[in-house]
Design a protein around this ligand. Sequence first.
Ligand code: ADP
Ligand code: MG
Length: 259
Amino acid sequence: MSTLEIRELTAEVAGKPILNGIDLTISSGEVHAVMGPNGAGKSTLSAVVMGKPGYKVTGGQVLLDGVDILKLPTWERAVAGLHLVMQYPTEVPGVMLDAVLGEALRDRGRADDVARLDSMLRSEAARINFDEKFLERALNVDLSGGEKKRNETLQLAVLKPKIVILDELDSGLDVDALRDCARRVMDATREDNLGALVITHYSKLLEELRPSRVHILVKGRIVESGGPELADVLERDGYAAFSSGVESDDVSGDYLAGL
Ligand code: ADP
Ligand code: MG
């Protein structure tokens, strides 16, 4: 059982405050959604949690099983069990997928999995309808948007982190790829007890990747948290309904109670 705790996290980019006090706790086997309009700070949150250069933490803590990971370099955060599926997966020419995963598994002390990596890759590829020919490519190079997301999902399935942040898994995906990727993540929450923080601005993804909690992020703050029904409210009313309280002191007003 693992827990990622984000406490009063504030961060800035290029001297501009973007995260204004985020509190979120997610444990093994849980799916939480973070929904918010463009520019709300969703990708910034994922970047800060993973330690992407250029993002300055100005306050708060991020704890994985009680250990403050903000002091660790990105690769140590990953070895500790955090994983990010990026909104725009990076292409890494010259570096093969199996080389990356082999190194990552070695760093995690999983020699048995290194030995059977080839068969793991093939069975995982089949599971998400990812063409085996892509396994021979350099990381994400010459893949379409949808193929990149399948490739990222495959890496997630092989590495089996404790907690994953999926930053707009749905962007650039057609419905078939969306279903394949979302179902694989959902399976991992049951089979491997994966905890998933699902960032999206559309509720469509959440029809497959079903969250127990939904949090609404506006202007760098969680302005509302609730059950899955919150995504339906959002679908109906849009983000505007949640934005009105952001400038006032009371950003935690219970929107649903007022319906
Ligand atoms: P979201 O993912 O919710 O659409 P982002 O986290 O990408 O939002 O961006 C939040 C805000 O931070 C935006 O105003 C964006 O322009 C700014 N921002 C994010 N990353 C950078 C960066 N590397 N340099 C400058 N501004 C950034
Ligand atoms: Mg984003």
